[in-house]
Design a protein around this ligand. Structure first.
Ligand SMILES: Nc1ncnc2c1ncn2[C@@H]1O[C@H](COP(=O)(O)OP(=O)(O)OP(=O)(O)O)[C@@H](O)[C@H]1O
Ligand SMILES: [Mg+2]
Length: 203
């Protein structure tokens, strides 16, 4: 392991502990505040197809965000582990009645069916769970590189989806050690803040 990998692994451990230590009440207040901030975003107001996720490991919960989207007749998806390329993700259509199964990490996901796959380029917004982030928009995930692989081609989409990281406030660090393959966030939303790291290129 390189020095940087060791630092990232230690940070992951610390930051995961912070979010799993939050009480149920703190988790609920965090989701209440998050939905208010996300729905304020101009990108949200214009979006018709939004990828969310089914929260796990203390991740900030998006249930209210998804309900808000459904109420406004927007299309929503969640990630599913790719059946062949097993370190990559597919995004599958997801509604209140979608049947779920546990994947190999014990995380809920929709049952894989080809007609439910929504290509990345059809999304207006991808909401990504963060383990850690900094104000420059860098993200630390769970360490599998799943989002990094799935989004590696997002720069070629035109227009490309907005990559919005979501996290608890306690997941912010000063300077995240960044790797060459890390795909940064365009915006980060927490219960108390909306962070625009840099002006994103419009394409
Ligand atoms: N686009 C890519 N192509 C090939 N391998 C990649 C790519 N992106 C990341 N990886 C590999 O994935 C591994 C984990 O990456 P990283 O530590 O950045 O995960 P992460 O960002 O925390 O996880 P995730 O993306 O699942 O949230 C690294 O060893 C890296 O080599
Ligand atoms: Mg990464």
């Amino acid at each position: 392991m390189t020095n940087q990998q060791t630092i990232r692994a230690q940070l992951r451990q610390q930051l995961r502990k912070r979010r799993t230590s939050l009480s149920l009440h703190e988790q609920q207040s965090a989701s209440d505040a998050l939905v208010k901030n996300i729905t304020k975003l101009p990108q949200w107001q214009e979006a018709s197809c939004i990828a969310g996720y089914l929260a796990n490991d203390g991740e900030i919960d998006l249930t209210q965000v998804m309900h808000h989207a459904w109420h406004q007749q927007r299309r929503t998806t969640v990630p599913v582990i790719h059946p062949f390329n097993r370190k990559n993700l597919l995004f599958l259509q997801f509604t209140a009645t979608t049947k779920r199964v546990k994947n190999r990490f014990g995380i809920d996901e929709p049952i894989l069916a080809c007609p439910s796959v929504v290509p990345l380029k059809q999304h207006d917004i991808i909401l990504m769970p963060l383990v850690g982030f900094d104000e420059a928009g860098n993200r630390l995930g769970m360490g599998g590189g799943f989002y990094d692989r799935a989004l590696a081609s997002s720069h070629h989409c035109s227009p490309r989806p907005w990559l919005i990281g979501t996290a608890h406030d306690c997941q912010c660090v000063d300077n995240l050690p960044v790797a060459s393959w890390d795909v940064p966030c365009d915006v980060i939303v927490t219960p108390s803040r909306i962070i625009y790291p840099t002006s994103r290129d419009c394409c």
